[in-house]
Design a protein around this ligand. Structure first.
Ligand code: ZN
Length: 303
């Protein structure tokens, strides 16, 4: 058995784990992305140090890091990540210097999508959409996760579904992410006078607070419009939702499936489900990047 130190970098939190080559999480440690005036890179280094200690005698073979944004996977450089304030950050060099281990750096959604693919044995085309602080997608076309010419493919969160709509952190108006990301749901609920610290708190108020109902309906609508486009372009076998917001389960899947079906007038919608790895999808995706960098082929099978 070999293990890697894996970190799924998010706009709000860094999710770390010690993961073995069967995809099992042996230990977990999380850390806020911004803490005590320290930025994401400093907190990432601190978390990797914590994970090294947690791995103990297991002697990790590599570090794997999944990050949002535009990632040059060949050099391990984050070219641009709006939620992290990163531009041309050489994460691989930084972490290899700090740990002395090989470090694989890749796009969080693509890595999680490939981990999902390994776990489900899917070789066809499907779409994996993690919904967290931001929204991205892994577009798996005939078994290959599309990365694009500059590593920027799959920015599903920044597909515009409401032209001239609300401003997105990326600077565009009316992006899917401006309505449906966890951060957007909370921000829009508060803008209506509501009080909530997380999407789960807004979801808990559905059916009780019309402001929660309104922002959730807007989130579902924005996602459905985006997924309508993806369905038309790719004809995927299924659409898999991951990330923290997908933890809402049926409260998200049921209205989203209905809305998508009503938008697709002349074809049936692809099946919608949540990720097999659930909330661990990002961590396992990051672990996959580490194993690949170390030249280890993991055997991720779910029972
Ligand atoms: Zn945007």
């Amino acid at each position: 058995m070999s293990v890697v130190l894996a970190v799924d970098v998010g706009g709000t939190g860094l999710k770390g784990a010690v993961v073995d080559d069967r995809g099992r999480t042996l230990a977990r440690r999380d850390r806020p992305t911004r803490l005590d005036g320290r930025g994401p890179a400093d907190n990432l280094l601190a978390l990797v140090a914590d994970l090294t200690a947690l791995a103990g005698a297991e002697e990790p073979v590599a570090v794997g890091v999944g990050t949002p944004g535009i990632v040059d996977e060949a050099t391990g450089t984050v070219v641009y990540a709006s939620n992290l304030g990163w531009r041309d950050v050489g994460l691989r060099a930084l972490l290899e210097d700090a740990t002395g281990l090989p470090v694989g750096v890749g796009h969080d959604a693509r890595a999680a999508g490939r981990a999902e693919q390994l776990a489900s044995g899917t070789h066809g085309s499907f779409v994996f959409v993690p919904i967290g602080t931001g929204i991205a997608a892994a577009l798996v076309v005939e078994g290959t996760a599309v990365s694009g010419v500059s590593g920027a493919a799959g920015e599903f969160g920044h597909v515009v579904v409401h032209p001239g709509g609300e401003v997105c952190p990326c600077g565009q108006h009316g992006c899917v992410e401006a309505y449906a990301a966890g951060g957007a749901v909370v921000r829009r609920f508060r803008a209506r006078g509501g009080e909530a610290a997380s999407t789960a708190e807004v979801v808990a108020l559905l059916g009780w607070d019309p402001r929660a109902d309104e922002v959730w309906a807007d989130a579902v609508r924005a996602l459905a419009l985006g997924l309508q486009g993806l369905t038309m372009l790719l004809d995927p076998a299924e659409i898999v939702l991951g990330g923290g917001v997908s933890g809402a389960g049926a409260v998200l899947l049921d209205p989203l499936g209905a809305e998508l079906a009503s938008l697709l007038t002349w074809r049936s919608p692809p099946p919608l489900r949540t990720a097999r790895w659930g909330a661990q999808a990002g961590r396992v995706g990051a672990a996959l990047l580490g194993f690949e960098r170390a030249g280890v082929t993991p055997d991720f099978q779910l029972g």
